[in-house]
Design a protein around this ligand. Sequence first.
Ligand code: ZN
Length: 211
Amino acid sequence: MSWAQRAARNILPLSHEKSDLATALREWRYEGGFHDLEAPDADCELCDHPDIRYQFEIRNGLTDARLQIGSECINRFGIRATGGDGEDLDAAGTRSKVSRDRRSLIEKARNKRVIIALVALSQADSEFSILSFINYHQDRGAFTPKQLATLLWRFEKFQVPIDVHDFKLTIRRGREKTQLSEMADWQIERLTPAMSPTQRQFLATLKARRG
Ligand SMILES: [Zn+2]
């Protein structure tokens, strides 16, 4: 069975239109409801594709039925998203709303993993003052070079499992750039997985200046 046949089988019984897939799809909107299952273990309710982690909800305006589907399927089946004022978005507008929402889900999940790691560290390490780190991360979504170096060292010492890529570095302020430039190469080495491409470029010019 093709993906279009599977979609027809799933969506026609829930739509006002009972025979034509294209007509039925026009009854559905993505209105901005989405959630993170935290593991890829659901099937897309439209095309049956397995291993969906981020579910996007589409709703039929005539029957009020809802389906939880993968974000790619919104674009693939040409389902329209609803904009901030309740208006229908065109294909390009839908595409950008879906990718914005998807990025925000991924960012939220990353944020959560950082907080979980900080809490685990505070339970293992009595000298770790978690609040200032949590507050800082909530304000800026990233850590200074000094904070991150401290964290990575303590995570290792207290065997808290983390993925360095979940942690972001901020070097926008002069003070933060100075912190980085004053670090030894081996310390900087440990921070690089957390760096953005622009930050790596800055690092390269820093290293060139050092000679
Ligand atoms: Zn799908």
